[in-house]
Design a protein around this ligand. Structure first.
Ligand code: ADP
Ligand code: ZN
Ligand code: ZN
Length: 680
């Protein structure tokens, strides 16, 4: 078969774990644009690829040099990711040391990962949409407080400066940060621009959508999160890509949504750990958003009541502009925070007599109470009091949690479940006992203690059926007196106007954790949960129950507030050259065979790093991970640290270079996590 002389060489990203692009020739008259898909031969298969770069082929007489295969077909005439998004994706692949094709294809809706051209209907939607210039919507908006006015004004002023710097909006819970976002968006909206809003949880998107709809009227908005069907995602993606959707709201992966008229990025709850992807391509949506804003030279606003230490440090060193909101509109009262020592008391329902009394008086006033416990199930342990046997997971190095409603033992790490044994498998004792309490037991105990009260439990188990969560929220919003029992799910965003007492249980484990980020997370969680108490004219009260009442950091947080607490933690980080004063990457390895194998592999990686890098890299480990075995894999980790980001990246690049001979790795899975935040 003769072939036309190739006119172009295409450098193509493929959805395979490859760290390089593959090159193909193309004999068509006009080359496909970067960002469009092509059908390519790959080994013995056909695959889809995305064109990253196009070069003109050398002239005819150099023909013999062509060992490249031709592309089989060009699938798109319009690029899918626009040019700047394509650049962001490549930057992300380099920064997080992840195969570029996997990064790019995981950012596309499923339908676009298939080696097929788009239907003509979808093709049409991809075409550029011309936004009508809108008369601005005149509505009866809230009157901003003086503090909000001032804050809005300073953000607008800073947005005129060059170069633009990211803005950290540090406002206590309920201080009206969302109102600020709306006012920043309004003029851009009127000018036909697009805005991207990233929130940490799907649960928060419906509320936010309602507020946006209320403010902007009947606006085309696109909502992107993991619970969408493939079709819904495709539609939202195309609406954003064409420019039709003016406001794009979504969880972390929405940072990869194309938006040709993007003019502002908002990150709500910038400190939230769920903005970081914990598997595969381990990116941080906030950090990619900062990069994206910088590439486009558009403003980015990051709002939070509890800034991450990284962002606070960036504000301190003037990399970020810093704005504060210290008041709640309509009230000057902040919640009253108290520490309750649990040690002198025999607890009932896990609560001290003081906490029980506080619940009683709050209910008697006709107000609501929340008891926060971040542990699902009835009891975290089932054991035999006669021989000491404990129910543990066969696949993980953890105890199983007993769930009363399902009457099952469940592993919260791998999801395995089993029937509750009737007698001890070791000594046949029929009297097995539970230890500790989860939300299920807490609900029962509170109901027993306050038989006349309504108790509503909100956690993953009690809201798994369709409509259950909404029904429970509706009960709480009726504002009738009740006791709300809940986990993490209640920590953010939700506004309960009649909730005046919050009791937080069981924080001891975080206080004593060896994870250097545990205290930061605990402080953020406590402030967020405490922020649910008290609204409008009602003062809130927060009780923290602990057996470590003298913990200095707890005193710092309760006595002086989040910012001094965070600054104190920053001092410790500085002493240890931990982030943000140094840079880290975590290499994880797991083996089905043994812990020894996983550790050995990492030891060899560690040796390789000595050979390849200079003295700039510190190595901690290898050590077994906190959760030593999970889903039948033994887990170990090696933490790399450096005061020079470039040195760390150079070392990783060396390690991942295909020419480096890695140690034998049968049965080993390993991964690199740049800027890790989870050390479990
Ligand atoms: P945040 O995002 O900081 O938690 P929100 O923007 O959700 O705060 O505001 C908290 C509550 O205060 C909301 O019910 C909101 O409607 C109300 N609110 C915000 N700004 C004002 C204002 N200027 N006047 C009256 N109420 C306000
Ligand atoms: Zn026994
Ligand atoms: Zn398990």
């Amino acid at each position: 078969m003769t072939q036309d002389h190739p006119r172009y060489i295409l450098h193509v990203a493929v959805p395979r774990p490859l760290r390089t692009l593959l090159s193909y020739t193309c004999a068509d008259e006009s080359a496909p644009k970067p960002g469009s898909r092509v059908l390519i031969p790959l080994g013995k298969q056909h695959a889809v690829g995305l064109v990253i770069r196009v070069e003109t082929a050398p002239p005819e007489d150099a023909d013999s040099r062509f060992t490249l295969k031709p592309v089989e077909a060009i699938l798109d005439t319009t690029p899918l990711p626009d040019a700047h998004l394509l650049e962001l994706l490549q930057w992300g692949a380099r920064y997080y040391h992840h195969p570029v094709g996997e990064v790019i294809f995981s950012a596309l809706p499923v339908a676009l990962r298939k080696p097929k051209p788009l239907s003509s209907r979808l093709q049409k939607l991809l075409g550029r949409y011309e936004a009508p210039s809108l008369a601005p919507v005149e509505r009866n908006h809230l009157q901003l407080t003086d503090e909000q006015q001032f804050c809005l004004h300073s953000i607008e002023q800073w947005n005129l400066q060059a170069p633009l710097r990211p803005i950290l909006l540090h406002g206590i819970t309920g201080s009206g940060k969302t109102e600020i976002y709306l006012r920043l968006i309004a003029p851009l909206f009127a000018a036909g621009k697009q805005v991207l809003v990233i929130v940490p949880e799907i649960g928060l998107t419906p509320q936010l959508l309602l507020r946006f709809a209320h403010f902007f009227g009947d606006t085309p908005m696109a909502c992107l999160h993991s619970a969408l069907s493939d079709g819904e995602r495709m539609k939202a993606w195309l609406q954003a890509r064409s420019g039709e959707a003016r406001i794009i709201i979504g969880t972390r992966s929405a940072i990869f949504t194309p938006a040709p008229n993007l003019a502002l990025i908002v990150i709500d709850e910038e400190h939230d750990a769920s903005l970081k992807q914990q598997e595969g391509f381990r990116y941080h949506a906030r950090d990619l958003a900062i990069k994206r804003a910088q590439m486009l030279n558009i403003p980015i606003v990051m709002g939070t009541a509890t800034p991450s230490l990284e962002s606070l440090y960036n504000a301190d060193t003037a990399r970020f502009h810093y704005v504060r909101l210290n008041q709640r509109p309509g009230t000057t009262r902040k919640p009253d925070l108290q520490i309750q020592d649990t040690r002198p008391f025999e607890l009932q329902a896990g609560l001290t007599p003081h906490s029980l009394q506080a619940i009683r008086t709050t209910l008697a006033r006709g107000e609501q109470v929340m008891v926060f416990l971040n542990r699902r199930g009835f009891a975290p342990a089932l054991y035999c009091p006669s021989c000491g046997w404990q129910a543990s997971c066969q696949h993980c190095s953890v105890k199983m949690t007993w769930h009363a409603r399902r009457n099952k033992l469940v592993c919260h790490h791998c999801g395995a479940d089993q029937a509750t044994p009737l007698r001890c498998p070791q000594c046949q004792n029929p009297q097995l006992t539970t230890q500790g309490q989860g939300t299920e037991r807490l609900e029962l105990a509170l109901q027993t203690h306050f038989p006349a009260a309504v108790v509503v439990r909100i956690d993953r188990d009690s809201t798994s059926r369709k409509g259950e969560l909404e029904a429970k929220f509706a009960t709480v919003r009726s504002n009738d007196p009740l006791i709300l029992v809940g986990t993490q799910m209640l920590a953010k965003g939700h506004d309960f106007p009649n909730l005046t007492l919050v009791i937080i249980l069981d924080i001891d484990q975080s206080l004593l954790s060896t994870d250097y980020r545990a205290l930061e997370r605990l402080g953020q969680l406590l402030i967020q949960v405490a922020g649910r108490a008290g609204r409008a004219d009602k003062a809130g009260k927060v009780i923290l129950q602990t057996s470590q009442p003298d913990h200095p950091m707890l005193h710092q947080l309760v006595g002086h507030g989040y910012t001094p607490f965070a600054r104190q933690l920053l001092e410790d980080r500085k002493r240890w050259h931990f982030p943000p004063f140094g840079y880290q990457a975590l290499i994880r390895a797991s083996s089905t065979a043994s812990m020894e194998k996983a550790l050995q592999f990492l030891e060899q990686i560690s040796q390789l790093l000595i050979v390849t890098d200079g003295a700039d890299i510190q190595r901690l480990g290898p050590i077994p991970a906190l959760l030593e075995k999970r889903a039948n894999r033994y887990r170990a980790q090696l933490l790399l640290g450096s005061q020079h980001r470039a040195a760390l990246h150079a070392a990783l690049l060396q390690l991942l270079n295909p020419s480096v001979k890695l140690p034998g790795r049968s049965g080993i899975r390993w991964s690199v996590d740049v800027d890790p935040i989870d050390f479990s």
